[in-house]
Design a protein around this ligand. Structure first.
Ligand code: SME
Length: 176
């Protein structure tokens, strides 16, 4: 496994600190390009999947406003299993086709739910969640998991979030 040198760790942390913006107050102000650059710095030289997923969830938790859960479910034996996340403890196993996560995983497409109470089969992990976005993670043509983000506000996520998060995953996935 490739190990980052001390120098690359310090330069990555410096690049991260230098590029850190203030937390945006509105979704439209989220600078996903900058977040992607920060992520690239954080995962550079690190090949461990869990380490990179953990730092990505922490970065999104820090930089996205108006969210109450962000994290990953990883595909194992045709089920989604809870991976690194930030927020309240969550359900550990989701079947393909179940809930928002299982639906996005089965479709292989991003699902945005403006009001989770209107989504048949929504799985409530945190009662505060009102809207949700789930982005599938596809590596070498195979589904490997999903990125899931919840908000306590209705209609928190839009096509800009979808585009930004899909681009962000293009940075992350080669390092998983
Ligand atoms: N709401 C998700 C379950 C995961 S939690 O939100 C963390 C779903 O319906 O699949």
């Amino acid at each position: 496994m490739q190990q980052p040198s001390d120098r690359s760790v310090s330069s990555r942390l410096k690049a991260f600190a230098d590029s850190k913006p203030g937390t945006p107050s509105k979704s439209a102000e989220t600078d996903y390009g900058l977040i992607s650059k920060q992520l690239a710095g954080l995962i550079d030289g690190e090949s461990d999947r869990i380490a990179n997923l953990a730092n990505c969830s922490a970065l999104l938790w820090q930089e996205l406003s108006g969210i109450n859960w962000v994290g990953f479910y990883l595909l194992k034996r045709n089920r989604l299993i809870l991976g690194p996340f930030q927020g309240k403890p969550a359900c550990t196993r989701i079947n393909m086709g179940s809930g928002v996560c299982g639906t996005a995983a089965t479709m292989g497409k991003t699902v945005i739910v403006a009001d989770v109470h209107q989504f048949p089969g929504h799985i409530a992990c945190d009662a505060a969640s009102k809207s949700e976005i789930v982005v599938p993670m596809i590596k070498d043509g195979q589904l490997i998991g999903v990125l899931d983000i919840d908000s306590p506000s209705v209609d928190r996520f839009d096509h800009l979030d979808q585009q930004g998060l899909e681009n962000l995953l293009q940075v992350l996935i080669p390092q998983l």
